[in-house]
Design a protein around this ligand. Structure first.
Ligand code: VJV
Ligand code: CA
Ligand code: ZN
Length: 393
């Protein structure tokens, strides 16, 4: 096809499983797996599949899930049945365990399949980086960063990111994990608290009383002890409402630039939660697709193996825009894509009344008041710089 040439330099692989996208958390639950279908249809409409290796991922096996999760938790997850709907908030089912059931982590039909498919895509992506068949591997169905070893949390049941990073650690000495979801990446941070082979960095809205999950303060750097090699390897960037592209870009470049310099990672895992975009149903930031995508571009330019995960994102049209734009960055087509906009706007039901990127200054939703002062951002960079004095690769 004219205009779609195989890019030199980077091999990109795309990992998805259409069966995952059919699952429902419940009618009005904010997490909508069909946003993955929407994203994919936009990505394919632009012809991007011709510039990537496309894989339908298999579901992760029980043994693969057990590389991180406790078997009693997996066994329960595999056998528990959906609760009657609507469930009784006043009288929760006493047989439920592991934070399963209720509104955030409901039990729905096919839950175990959904979870193992999400993890399967992430694991396939990690394996492509290990075998060097891909330089960048994309798993938009992954990124479920809150799940714990024996606990579901915040719409996440299985931590596909931890499972994928454990795979990367088999062939790469050090992995830098970066999380741009608007929520704190607590599950991934906790999983690697005691190793110096993974550095975790999360950027998030921080307001412990009012915003989930309430962890991730600037000075939360993991258990500090001279016997813990993982000390100082958890970095947190707590932010307030309304941060803009310009501020985020400056912070991301400063913080991640310093982390790379000190930690010298051999691979990067980037969680691209799209709930940090302006106009998100649950988010609080003012990021545009360009500001969000600049993080992907920065990581790509480091020139080491890169895995991209999805994550949050509760305004599906915006999720699809962001992950489409970021796929185009991975395959190096973003300039070409920008030129295609006026004439090649894909025609899809959900995009019928608008163009994908009408102008580069597009506002995706009502802008929020920016409550991040430049002084606060400088303090963050200062604190991170001090933490990194303890880190040596
Ligand atoms: O804030 C919370 C926990 C509560 C208890 C449960 N109620 C519903 C909300 C307050 C304290 N949970 C957060 C979880 C956010 C998870 C984000 C996941 C990710 O993006 O980081 C990665 C995928 C929360 N915020 C908003 C909601 N829950 C919420 C849940 C609903 C809902 C509306 C809002 C569940 C069901 C329905 N509406 C119908
Ligand atoms: Ca985050
Ligand atoms: Zn989130």
């Amino acid at each position: 096809e004219a205009g779609v040439t195989r890019p030199k330099g980077y091999n990109v692989s795309f990992h998805c499983n259409p069966d995952m996208e059919k699952h429902h958390f419940g009618q009005t639950h904010p997490m909508k797996p069909w946003r993955l279908t929407l994203s994919k249809s936009l990505i394919y409409s632009y012809g991007m599949s011709f510039a990537m290796d496309n894989y339908i991922s298999r579901a992760a096996t029980y043994e693969e899930l057990a590389s991180f999760h406790a078997t009693d938790y997996l066994d329960f997850l595999g056998t528990v049945l959906p609760e009657p709907v609507p469930f009784d908030v006043e009288n929760p089912n006493p047989d439920l365990k592991f934070n399963l059931g209720g509104s955030d982590c409901p039990l729905f039909e096919g839950l175990y399949d959904y979870c193992s498919m999400s993890a399967g895509g992430a694991l396939d992506a990690a394996r492509k980086l290990c075998t060097k068949q891909s330089d960048i591997a994309i798993a938009w169905g992954g990124g479920l960063h809150h799940a714990k070893k024996s606990e579901a949390s915040g719409f996440c049941y299985i931590n596909d990111i931890v499972i994928a990073i454990l795979q990367l650690l088999r062939c790469y000495p050090r992995v830098l994990y970066i999380d741009i979801d608007v929520h704190h990446g607590d599950g991934v941070e906790e999983a690697f608290f005691s190793t110096d082979r993974v550095m975790t960095v999360s950027f998030h809205k921080y307001d412990p009383q009012n915003f989930f999950p309430g962890t991730g303060a600037l000075d939360d750097n993991g258990p500090q002890s001279e016997h813990n090699p993982g000390s100082h390897h958890a970095i947190n960037v707590p932010l307030n409402d309304g941060i803009t592209d310009e501020q985020y870009d400056w912070l991301f470049n400063s913080v991640i630039g310093k982390c790379i310099e000190k930690f010298r990672p051999s691979a990067i895992a980037l969680q691209c939660g799209a709930d940090s975009l302006a106009g998100d149903r649950l988010g609080r930031f003012n990021l545009q697709v360009q500001g969000h995508g600049a993080c992907v571009d920065f990581c790509k330019r480091v020139g080491i193996p890169l895995i991209l995960f999805g994550g949050g994102g509760y305004t599906p049209r915006n999720v699809a825009r962001a992950w489409t734009y970021e796929t185009s960055i991975a395959i190096d087509h973003q300039d070409k894509l920008n030129h295609m906009i006026p004439t090649h706007t894909p025609w899809r039901d959900h995009f019928r009344h608008e163009t994908l990127f009408p102008t580069l200054e597009q506002i995706l939703g009502e802008p929020r008041q920016n409550r991040n002062t430049q002084k606060k951002l400088q303090d963050i960079v200062q604190h991170v710089t001090e933490q990194l004095r303890f880190v040596q690769a």
